[in-house]
Design a protein around this ligand. Structure first.
Ligand SMILES: [Zn+2]
Length: 328
């Protein structure tokens, strides 16, 4: 309870209990029909986003950590700490910063992107959300991908075994080809019937030329020191510092590849299919953003029903950057 007098231009807000049930922090399953029925107004969408920003709470002051707040009566996206008067804007320091798109539209966009394992194209998003501009839809997707990329950047691959390989996306004839480095954690185990099994863990991708220098930078940043890394023995991936590596020359033989680097090749093949299928090919300068979305979904494929909540949380927590930077 606040002991402060209520200013004329602001109103104290009771937390809306209906959101507790679908708290974004719970990462719970949510069917489309439930989501579109539950979040059907801009006000509800704003409340969801506030809770995402503050880890399930309605407000936490960035300065004094106080949880009491005033809701600005006229500007719905502003709250103020009742202890130190720090003003917090809903979109500030998130990927929604400087966007004129309503929060409700943003939430629906993130839901649509995460609901289907194939994602959505900008054209599909424009049509489904009733947006007037293709460019708006396209830019929204770019911002969402930026948030997903930031989230995955936090993780470091630990193994116990990691597959590492390079690949190229796009066509050289049209000068639209990019090289990527892909690393995936793998784990071998034996099931109850004594049958050997293999499982892929987290994946990390860097869009860069496959040179020794780039590979070293990638490994240093993405892989835990001392992890065992399997490669196909190409010169650029041999004798990298900080890791324990092993290789087999595959010479493109699918049998050897299937045994030695099965997950990384499956990942690359499926990513290419996704880019061609959902997006009908892309300009190479946007490949990092698209790959980030694909990788984010891959990394959480065992828990698809929580993807929306996780992605919304990532968007609410990601720092805002200018669009040209997103394309770099
Ligand atoms: Zn405060």
């Amino acid at each position: 309870m606040t002991e402060f007098p209520m200013p004329m231009h602001k109103a104290r807000v009771d937390t809306c209990c209906s959101f507790v049930q679908y708290s974004a922090m719970q990462y719970q399953q949510l069917r489309s029909i439930e989501f579109f029925r539950e979040v059907d107004t801009e006000e509800k969408a704003r409340q969801w986003l506030w809770q995402c920003r503050f880890d399930g709470k309605d407000f936490v002051c960035p300065d004094c950590e106080g949880e009491g707040f005033w809701q600005h009566r006229k500007q719905a996206e502003i709250r103020e700490c009742e202890l130190c008067q720090r003003e917090v804007r809903l979109r500030a320091a998130t990927v929604f910063g400087n966007s004129k798109v309503p929060i409700l539209t943003w939430l629906r966009a993130i839901f649509l992107v995460m609901q289907d394992k194939r994602g959505v194209s900008a054209l599909q998003l424009m049509r489904q959300l009733g947006l007037r501009s293709y460019r708006t839809a396209w830019r929204m997707l770019l911002r969402i991908r930026h948030a997903l990329r930031q989230r995955d950047d936090r993780y470091i691959l630990a193994g116990p075994v990691i597959e590492l390989d390079g690949a190229s996306f796009g066509r050289r004839e049209t000068r639209n080809q990019s090289e990527v480095l892909v690393a995936i954690e793998t784990k071998d185990w034996v099931n109850d019937r004594g049958k050997p099994k293999s499982r892929a863990g987290f994946a990390k991708v860097l869009v860069t030329e496959e040179t020794k220098k780039n590979a070293q930078q990638f490994v240093t940043k993405a892989i835990k020191p001392g992890a065992l890394v399997n490669t196909d023995g190409s010169q650029s991936l041999r004798n990298l510092a900080g890791i324990d590596s092993d290789y087999q020359v595959t010479d493109g033989d699918p049998t050897i590849i299937g045994r030695w680097l099965p997950w990384v090749h499956r990942f690359i093949s499926n990513a290419k299919t996704w880019i061609l299928g959902t997006h009908h090919g892309i300009d190479k300068k946007y490949l990092p953003a698209y790959i980030a979305e694909y990788t984010y979904r891959f990394n959480r494929r065992h828990d698809p029903n929580t993807l929306f909540h996780r992605a919304l949380f990532a968007c609410a927590q990601a720092s805002h950057v200018n669009l040209p930077v997103l394309c770099a």
